[in-house]
Design a protein around this ligand. Structure first.
Ligand SMILES: [Zn+2]
Length: 288
């Protein structure tokens, strides 16, 4: 299979919320904040092209900015146009060409593009896969998950429920070589998505596996154990996930793929005695 990273949206998030316990004096040396303390992020999608000619996407981004009110757009800093539409057009594809969608989790910036405001599916031919546990989180109506799954996301799950396939943990291989694996932390039902021996657009390096991290490691600046988002529902589980996966990535030369990095789509990492893990090489998606 081949993977092509695409920018679905860019948006602004509060820098403090994106780095949790880390003081601004430290994170602002790595990422520039605007006068409202916000940092620019990408909502990254991956185009998957399988050996048998199917096309899929990981994540849908936030959706079309025209669906949002002026105030919402101003607060979240969304651009004018839906970049995912342009990104797909550059690959000579439209929404109707997508056969399947994999979601790491169902927050607005990952699943927001599933349906338009009238509830019509944006991807008319796509089957949608996410972990069964995340379907429960998104549709369970837990009042403690404050604003995590807004009414629009819940409505999308109702309106296109017949296209949504919950993936059980006992059988996580959704297509040959593509696995939705438990990655609790950012949400209870989150998946990290593993691709066995993919080829990468714009990069000749051979990859044993690439791991799309979900929001357990949204950017290259979240490699340290406590550099984690304040949006994580279970912060200690995010750290446990890093402790499980980062040593594997470093020792087995696996590629980490990010959900929100503004510069890199992914990175190779190695252990570091002072900084825990550091980037050894970045995957930017651009031709070498
Ligand atoms: Zn996110």
């Amino acid at each position: 299979m081949n993977l092509t990273p695409l920018t679905a949206n860019t948006f602004l998030s509060d820098g403090g919320a994106m780095f949790g316990l880390v003081p601004k004096g430290i994170w602002s040396r790595m990422v520039e904040a605007d006068e409202q303390n916000r940092i620019r992020q990408r909502a990254i999608s991956l185009l998957i092209e399988t050996e048998d000619g199917k096309r899929g996407l990981v994540e849908t981004g936030c959706g079309d900015p025209v669906w949002f009110s002026d105030r919402e757009r101003e607060m979240s800093g969304l651009e004018e146009e839906w970049l995912l539409r342009q990104s797909l057009a550059e690959q000579n594809l439209g929404f109707e060409d997508i056969d399947f969608i994999l979601l790491s989790h169902a927050h607005w910036d990952h699943a927001g593009g599933l349906t338009d405001p009238e509830g019509n599916p944006v991807f008319p031919n796509a089957e949608i896969f996410l972990r069964a546990a995340e379907v429960e989180c998104a549709t369970g109506g837990d009042p403690l998950l404050y604003k995590s799954y807004p009414p629009k996301i819940q409505a999308a799950f109702e309106q296109i429920g017949d296209r949504i396939f919950p993936v059980p943990d006992e059988d996580p291989e959704v297509l040959p070589g593509i696995y939705l694996l438990p990655a609790e932390g950012h949400t209870e039902g989150q998946a990290c998505i593993s691709f066995t021996r993919p080829t990468l657009s714009g990069c000749d390096r051979e990859v044993a596996a690439a791991i799309f991290t979900g929001d357990n490691c949204p950017t290259q600046h979240h490699l340290r154990m406590v550099f984690q988002s304040a949006y994580d529902t279970y912060p200690l589980k995010t750290r446990a996930w890093k402790r499980t996966w980062f040593p594997r990535c470093a020792e087995e030369d696996l590629l980490l793929l990010f959900t929100h990095d503004a510069e890199a789509y992914g990175a190779w990492i190695q252990a570091d005695p002072k900084k825990e893990y550091v980037v050894t090489d970045m995957y930017t998606g651009d031709p070498l």
